[in-house]
Design a binder for this molecule. Structure first.
Ligand SMILES: NC(=O)c1ccc[n+]([C@@H]2O[C@H](COP(=O)([O-])OP(=O)(O)OC[C@H]3O[C@@H](n4cnc5c(N)ncnc54)[C@H](OP(=O)(O)O)[C@@H]3O)[C@@H](O)[C@H]2O)c1
Length: 346
């Protein structure tokens, strides 16, 4: 019998990506997909890109109705909206992967200083940070997984092995990321309309992006120190993809080959992290539509720094692909079910 899935917030960019990925998953059936705006309308008529959802209609996010029809819920709604519904699903015995930021930060005070008051801080200790490469065993036994942010996924995966091995300095890390416009979601805003994004390239939320504490939390866990980072996101004129470049000081003389060897020790057995050979650097074109995070390292002996470069698709490894990877672990499926397809190139 297949696992019955509900997607709350199914008309957004991460929602449509969940629908696309889950269509290729043989163990699940999407039984409920919500949108207040499109309630009563066919999913396939709003997203003609989706094949095979001909009979499924968007419905109102009615919690009782969702619980009757499903065993597992993806909440793909904005932060604050998620904390209003996730506790109800847990109380009624459903497992949840939440794609918002509401359960990612372990410390409610940190959450409140970057977002707004948290209505359910008691759930934060139960929530597992859903980066399978770091927390696989906790995810398997969890009822609530907080799916990581897109920028954090691209920054944490390259940095954690090098911090754990203490070959880079925990202090003074600089993270520079570029993202496509789908990172901001599907609701129209002036900053993401065509003329504002096309042929432009800008930094935004400089020194104040809300993914900063999430990255700091995980880097602090890895290093055992209170890590503070400089993080600057940029918006580039593409639909999807994140390219992140990271600069960190070395603590000892290591070569590029040594750094690649450390990353490989952590990730060679991972299905969705690819460590590049020396001299090869990631490109968002080679992860688009796929669930991989590509990582490259280069030691700059002249400045005694390491430069790490990573690429992900923000909607796949940065959101819905990782969410399905987490669901697979929580529900006892093969971790790569529905996710093994190659990226779309060109
Ligand atoms: N886009 C990315 O690259 C990305 C990456 C990682 C994580 N995330 C996170 O994933 C979540 C969804 O992002 P998105 O980009 O898919 O956003 P989006 O395109 O703006 O879609 C939001 C969805 O949530 C629904 N919704 C909004 N407010 C709601 C409410 N109060 N109650 C119930 N449903 C509500 C919307 O439909 P209706 O308004 O019609 O109900 C829509 O289906 C966000 O928390 C975001 O931060 C996004």
């Amino acid at each position: 019998m297949s696992l019955r899935i509900a997607i709350v917030g199914g008309s957004g960019y991460t929602g449509v990506e969940l629908l696309r990925i889950l269509k290729g998953h043989t163990g699940v059936r999407v039984t409920c997909v919500t949108s207040r705006k499109f309630a009563g309308t066919g999913v396939a008529s709003i997203f003609p890109s989706l094949h095979g959802y001909n009979d499924l209609l968007f419905s109102e996010p009615d919690l009782e109705g969702i619980a009757k029809k499903s065993d597992f819920v993806f909440t793909a709604v904005p932060h604050q909206a998620a904390m209003g519904i996730v506790p109800w699903f847990l109380e009624h015995g459903l497992k949840v992967v939440d794609l918002s930021a509401d359960f990612r930060l372990r410390d409610a005070k940190v959450y409140e200083s970057w977002y707004q008051p948290h209505s359910h801080p008691e759930l934060l200790p139960q929530a597992v940070y859903g980066l399978p490469e770091l927390y696989r065993s906790e995810i398997i036994s969890s009822r609530l997984v907080a799916n990581p942010g897109c920028y954090p996924t691209s920054a944490i995966l390259p940095l954690v092995p090098l911090l754990k091995e203490a070959v880079i300095d925990w202090d003074g890390i600089v993270i520079d990321s570029k993202s496509g416009a789908s990172g901001a979601g599907r609701s129209a805003s002036m900053a993401t309309i065509f003329c504002e994004v096309n042929e432009g390239f800008k930094a935004y939320k400089v020194g104040e992006h809300r993914h900063t504490p999430e990255i700091e939390q995980e880097l602090s866990m890895a290093s055992g120190k209170e890590v503070k980072i400089s993080f600057t996101p940029h918006l580039v004129p593409m639909s999807r993809g994140i390219l992140t470049t990271i600069y960190a000081r070395l603590t000892s003389k290591i070569s590029t080959a040594d750094a690649i060897s450390i990353l490989s020790q952590y990730y060679d057995d991972e299905m969705f992290v690819r460590v590049m050979k020396e001299g090869v650097f990631p490109n968002v074109s080679f992860v688009r539509g796929g669930n991989c995070c590509d990582i490259a390292a280069r030691v700059d002996e002249r400045t005694e720094r390491i430069i790490l470069v990573s690429a992900i698709d923000n909607l796949v490894k940065g959101a819905s692909g990782q969410a399905v990877q987490n669901m697979n672990l929580m529900a006892g499926f093969d971790e790569g079910q529905g996710l093994k397809r190659a990226a779309i190139f060109p």
